[in-house]
Write a protein that binds this ligand. Structure first.
Ligand code: SPV
Ligand code: MG
Length: 300
């Protein structure tokens, strides 16, 4: 099995458009891999929501790291961690990259906003941008820190989210590419791919481009492929589907004061055991524990 960093790098440089699916804990990471995806988006929104907090860096960076460690252990495909702004300045980014490499994370994405950040999809949220040279320094620091040459650093451009326009997006793309970014994530929250396609029209194809079509989900994937986009992130759909499923089940059980109305609709406990790889422990017990002794009735 190829290293996770190398797997991610190959995805990024594949001639066809590739996909990352969101996960937010060990279980969802495993589900992403079993569905056939070749990579995981460690979504800041989904991880914070699953922890019951807002996507405003309310969970500390080491709390996020703990979640990502479980995700990494539960899967054999690479994770690209959404590390928000890098949780501080260039120095915090350096420490972050060291810790991500130690935990087998394939790639990191950092965005050019200010700490603590606001989620990009919020209506009317303040979205102040980091100065270009300061953010370029973070990218450079990340690249200088990595030990594994295949570890990828993705620079996320929030110029459209902050309503600074195409010129600013292109200026930032150029600067972050020069600073050593392995790819650029260009984000937009319009309901069409208009901003993304305008960017692709001007961008000189000097490094892979990543997009997150949460809001422009009606755009056919063939449009992304034709525009030369390398990686598409399905950023939060597992979290959202689990919320709907849990709300429904909780409401039914609360209303009926019985499990009868849900038992046939929900995942059997056996499937939970399978996802936890329970069989492996059974085999290990046979190997490492002495055979079960039947208790001696005489007590001797
Ligand atoms: C995330 O999934 O946390 C993202 C994408 O950063 S977005 O929510 O669109 O900002
Ligand atoms: Mg995020």
């Amino acid at each position: 099995m190829q290293k996770k960093t190398s797997q991610f790098k190959s995805l990024l440089h594949s001639p066809d458009v590739q996909f990352l699916m969101e996960a937010h804990n060990g279980l969802s990471a495993k589900i992403v891999e079993e569905a056939g995806f070749k990579g995981i988006w460690g979504s800041g929104l989904a991880i914070s929501a699953a922890l019951g907090v807002r996507d405003n860096n309310e969970a500390s960076w080491t709390q996020v790291l703990d979640v990502v460690e479980f995700m990494s252990d539960a899967s054999s495909i690479p994770i690209m961690l959404d590390a928000d702004t890098g949780y501080g300045n260039f120095n915090n980014v350096r420490r972050l990259v060291r810790k991500l490499e130690q935990r087998g994370v394939g790639a990191v994405c950092i965005e050019d906003k200010l700490f603590p950040k606001n989620n990009s999809l919020l209506d009317d949220a303040r979205q102040p941008l980091e100065a270009i040279d300061v953010f370029a320094g973070k990218i450079k620091a990340a690249k200088d820190t990595q030990q594994d040459e295949d570890f990828c650093v993705i620079a996320r451009i929030e110029a459209f989210i902050a309503k600074w326009g195409l010129g600013e997006a292109l200026k930032r793309a150029e600067a972050y590419h020069k600073a050593g970014a392995d790819a650029l994530l260009i984000h937009s929250k319009l309901s069409t791919a208009e901003e993304i396609l305008a960017f692709m029209n001007e961008w000189q194809d000097t490094c892979p481009i990543v997009v997150v079509p949460t809001k422009y989900y009606t755009t056919p994937t063939s449009v992304f492929q034709e525009a030369g986009i390398s990686l598409v992130i399905w950023a939060n759909q597992l979290l959202r589907s689990s919320v709907a499923a849990m709300q429904k089940t909780a409401a039914i059980i609360h209303e009926q004061q019985s499990l009868l109305g849900v038992e046939k609709e929900i995942t059997p406990v056996k499937e939970v055991f399978r996802l936890q790889n329970t069989d492996e422990l059974k085999k290990a017990e046979e190997r490492y524990l002495p055979p079960t002794r039947t208790p001696d009735p005489s007590g001797g």
